[in-house]
Design a protein around this ligand. Structure first.
Ligand code: NAD
Length: 295
């Protein structure tokens, strides 16, 4: 049994922390949101009242925060993980963040002699709850080996993608595909509607045809077609449009820096930027509201 500190108990971090508890570990969790804290406590997470409190006894620290800025503040800023962890503590950042922030975290923790991996995830809330996430992991082979047992408690597919930041590189390529596919799925439903086609017919055909996609089957933007979809729940976020927009921005920025032109993903980035501005708290599948226009 290991003592872990877990910072960021939101849509993803909450169930991930719960799975570490279920695997027999002692987990001290911290989040700024009262709702997130209540749910985590019910799952058996011991609630800490500060970052310092969460990491005080930790042998392993996991962070699951919105952006690179949040991760840099929590891990490297004032009163941070770095300021309070014991020597030898392994740090796993599972947030989806920019490669530069990930590398800055690696550099600062490595300077202090701490093992660290960037280990973003794919699979959404359903797989976070089921403990079947995919982890894309950047870091040294030794840090990867140390992180693996904890990642296995939360995931089913654990891939070492390379050195510092390589997990984030894999993740932003994946999410760029998700964002562009999500946009295209929404466009198909809007076009079908204008052509007088029944949404159920479209779903039944596409989900067994060459237009099928994970976005369609897990983030169907049309209500009444996929049980438990955000579309059936007023687009309450499973994966917020603001986070999807952030990930597309990360990918497009990385592409610009690498000198690669990505015209299709560039359009999806613009569509999601507009949605994030207007209704970023809604689910990514609410992109259909951006395509169709709001009532
Ligand atoms: P979320 O907004 O539900 O959770 C983030 C949590 O971090 C919130 O509860 C927030 O209160 C907390 N937080 C923010 N600043 C904090 C601080 N300084 N100290 C303590 N807690 C703080 O987001 P999420 O959906 O769980 O996503 C987390 C990360 O995982 C993001 O980078 C996202 O892009 C990525 N991700 C999300 C999904 C998904 O389907 N939701 C899937 C894969 C990856």
């Amino acid at each position: 049994m290991t003592t872990l500190g877990f910072i960021g108990l939101g849509n993803m971090g909450g169930p991930m922390a719960a799975n570490l508890v279920a695997a027999g570990h002692d987990v001290y969790g911290f989040d700024l949101s009262a709702d997130a804290v209540v749910a985590a406590r019910e799952a058996g997470v011991a609630i800490a009242h500060s970052v310092a409190d969460a990491v005080a006894k930790a042998e392993v620290v996991v962070t699951m925060l919105p952006t690179g800025r949040h991760v840099q503040n929590v891990v490297l800023g004032d009163d941070s993980v770095l300021a309070h962890v014991a020597d030898g503590t392994l740090v796993i950042d599972s947030s989806t963040i920019d490669i530069q922030s990930a590398r800055a975290v690696h550099a600062a923790l490595t300077d202090r002699g701490l093992p660290v991996v960037d280990a973003p995830v794919s699979g959404g809330v359903a797989k976070a709850k089921a403990g079947t996430l995919t982890f894309m992991v950047g870091g040294t082979p030794d840090a990867f080996a140390q992180a693996r047992p904890y990642l296995e408690a939360m995931g089913a597919n654990i891939v070492h993608t390379g050195a510092a930041g390589a997990g984030q590189a894999a993740k932003i390529c994946n999410n760029m595909l998700f964002g562009t596919t999500m946009t295209a799925v929404a466009e198909a439903f809007v076009l079908a509607e204008r052509l007088g086609l029944d949404a159920r017919s479209l779903y039944d055909i596409v989900s067994t045809s060459s237009g099928d996609s994970w976005a369609l089957r897990n983030f169907c933007p049309w209500p009444g077609l996929v049980e438990g979809s955000a579309a059936d729940n007023d687009y309450r976020a499973n994966f917020a449009a603001a986070l999807m927009s952030k990930d597309l921005r990360l990918a497009l920025t990385a592409a610009e820096e690498a000198g690669v032109d990505l015209p299709v993903s560039g359009r999806a980035d613009a569509v999601f930027a507009a949605l994030a501005q207007a209704e970023g708290h809604l689910d990514a599948s609410a992109v259909i509201r951006e395509i169709r226009g709001r009532d």
